[in-house]
Design a protein around this ligand. Sequence first.
Ligand code: ADP
Ligand code: MG
Length: 245
Amino acid sequence: MNQYEQLRSNLSQLNLQNLAENLEYYRKLVNNQEISFTEALLALTQQELKYQNEERIKRSIKRARFPIVKELAEFDFNFQPSVNPKVISEFATMSFLDTQENIIFLGSPGVGKTHLAIGLGVSACKQGIRTLFINCHELLLRLTRAKEKGHLERVIRRYERYDLLIIDELGYLPIASEDANLLFQLINGRYERKSTIITTNVPLSSWGTVLHNQAAAEAILDRLVYRSHVIKIKGKSYRLASAQN
Ligand code: ADP
Ligand code: MG
């Protein structure tokens, strides 16, 4: 291995992949005395940092398991005037995590609840916040399975650790009374420690009915609503509107 090959190999071993790839370009510039060694190293390290940051964000978004990646910038606030863009921008700063506040997006299908929840989740990932997106039905299936196998506490603890947990579609499918208790255990574990975003089409006053468990519903709401922002989206379905165009 010659010295140049050794250098590239060292850079790869140091996980400076981007720098290794750009090396040749800057080596020529320096050899032709077009830029100084310091300038070259500065440019190379800037690009490496940018690359590593982008990779970190990509990994974080992948780990959050969004069903599809949506940005808040893609949300048309003119279409949905009941959503205040200033409130959403404030959420996007993630300041609500500092005070363990929760967000509930409430509205009928197609009004953009999941889009806003994913958009906020993506913002969180960009800020290095450990985020998980999970459909409510899937979450309950996982908790039920964990309970059957005797791992419930461990699995709940895992969900408790996410700094931001997004539970999508609460109430779209009926929830069995025992499952409502599992959901309560999870929400209770996150209470005053971590923030949760929930999307639902069910007004809070009807949670007892869809959860088939008035006591669990009240206990969940008590923990959730204690510090929460309920964003009621009253408007047309974007899906229907775009299908008609
Ligand atoms: P919900 O979760 O309320 O049923 P979604 O967030 O899934 O609705 O929205 C349905 C579809 O319409 C998605 O593809 C979403 O990206 C899009 N959508 C909804 N509202 C808007 C909006 N105001 N601007 C842009 N796209 C929107
Ligand atoms: Mg949805």
